[in-house]
Design a binder for this molecule. Structure first.
Ligand SMILES: Cc1cc2nc3c(=O)[nH]c(=O)nc-3n(C[C@H](O)[C@H](O)[C@H](O)COP(=O)(O)OP(=O)(O)OC[C@H]3O[C@@H](n4cnc5c(N)ncnc54)[C@H](O)[C@@H]3O)c2cc1C
Length: 377
């Protein structure tokens, strides 16, 4: 007998949509509410690591991502002027050896692919909506929505991101994410190279990952004092300042930012904050997923990957356990290790970058963490 017949998912991001698809496949009636009426994230690129591609294949959307995105099998390391110094092959992921080593795609493109798959799976989607209140008893959760409507569910999944409101109900003692001391800058630029590329400046490292046949996204992290708001009209100047020590293609991009000649660069700045919350991640029939409990900095490009894997593990445990409490405990127990590896290793990489610490330690952490993530979930 199924543990649950229906579920409400709060938050239609990567984790929420993957959970909606996986639960719908099991015949569970899924309602998904998303507060953003446009259901569209900001326009920068996102890297889909090999393990994340493996997860997306299980979800059923990997072909579309590979079709619309850009892929690579190696990383080119260049000096600040764009001269190639070496190429490092990215090893294949176990169980996904036939797929490219990694891919990149525009976030809105990934969101659209997932949204179409969520609709096709049969989930009932309501946009521009959130919950107002919830109360639970042994048999279910009563939910009042922000439009005044009501529903009763066997399970509620909070997938409403790093600043989750559902988390305040499940884990009210959690203080929320912590600023890590870095900010992330991104821009969409023309693709010039086959591989993912890292440009090593004296003090700054810039990277470019393909997101389609002819575009890639530039990413740079910088050290910041706090999470102060930077008005978007200042972004081109601030990013150009960060790229001062680069020549070659990065230097051209810098010039394009300054004189406005870069076509539609879709700049994005985000201060980085994160947290890793110890399990269990549920209270009764309300459970948390994705960034609500494990939000990471992008150093391993795996935050979305662990949200996808979390959704897969949650659905699998709901299918094979004999009690809801057992399933929700097993979900956090099984997923915690991989999520914690990503958050902690990414955090340490950021610390090393800020303190100008050991390059060897940086490389070792990166290589070890990526190898561990390529193992099956
Ligand atoms: C700068 C940066 C770069 C990154 N780059 C990468 C990368 O290259 N590769 C990678 O794998 N990961 C990357 N990540 C991490 C990745 O973006 C996140 O881990 C991932 O998006 C988490 O998915 P999620 O579904 O848990 O949360 P989110 O994607 O944040 O989705 C939450 C959803 O909930 C909705 N919502 C919020 N509140 C409510 C509410 N009250 N009611 C209803 N809906 C609500 C939001 O509108 C949103 O749609 C990056 C993160 C940052 C900050």
């Amino acid at each position: 007998m199924a543990l649950i017949n229906n579920a409400l998912i709060i938050g239609g991001g990567i984790g929420g949509m993957c959970a909606a698809i996986q639960l719908s496949k099991q015949g569970i009636a899924v309602d998904l509410v998303e507060i953003n009426p446009q259901w569209a994230p900001d326009g920068a690129g996102i890297t889909i690591s090999g393990p994340t591609l493996r997860g997306l294949r299980q979800i059923g959307i990997v072909e579309q991502v590979l079709e619309e995105g850009g892929t690579w099998r190696a990383i080119d390391i260049c000096d600040a002027n764009g001269n190639l110094t070496r190429t490092v092959a990215v090893p294949p992921t176990i169980g996904a050896e036939d797929l490219p080593a990694a891919a990149g795609v525009l976030r809105p493109v990934l969101a659209k692919i997932l949204a179409n798959a969520t609709e096709r799976a049969g989930a009932r989607i309501r946009l521009g909506l959130s919950f107002q209140g919830m109360s639970q008893d042994e048999q279910g959760v009563d939910v009042t929505f922000s439009d005044g409507s009501h529903g009763r569910y066997d399970l509620v999944i909070g997938a409403d991101g790093v600043n989750s409101t559902v988390r305040k109900l499940v884990l009210p003692e959690h203080p929320g994410p912590v600023f890590t001391g870095q900010g992330s800058w991104r821009a969409v630029v023309p693709r010039r190279r086959e591989n993912s590329t890292v440009y090593m400046g004296k003090t700054t490292k810039a990277g470019m990952n393909p997101i389609s046949a002819d575009e890639c996204y530039l990413f740079v992290l910088d050290r910041r004092e706090g999470m102060d708001f930077i008005p978007p009209e200042q972004w081109p100047g601030k990013l150009a300042e960060l790229l001062e020590e680069f020549g070659g293609q990065v230097g051209e991009i810098r010039q394009g930012l300054l004189d406005g000649s870069l076509p539609n660069p879709r700049l994005l700045y985000r201060p980085l904050a994160g947290h890793m919350i110890k399990g269990p991640w549920h209270k009764g029939r309300i459970v948390l997923l994705g960034d609500t409990v494990h939000a990471t900095t992008p150093h391993l490009a795996s935050g979305a990957g662990i949200a996808v894997e979390g959704a897969i593990v949650l659905a699998e445990e709901l299918q094979r356990r004999h009690s809801l409490e057992g399933a929700l405990l097993a979900y956090a127990g099984r997923h915690y290790d991989r999520a914690s590896l990503v958050v902690r290793a990414s955090g340490r990489l950021g610390e090393i970058e800020q303190s100008g610490g050991s390059l060897e330690e940086h490389t070792r952490i990166m290589v070890d963490a990526q190898a561990a993530l390529r193992a099956p979930i």
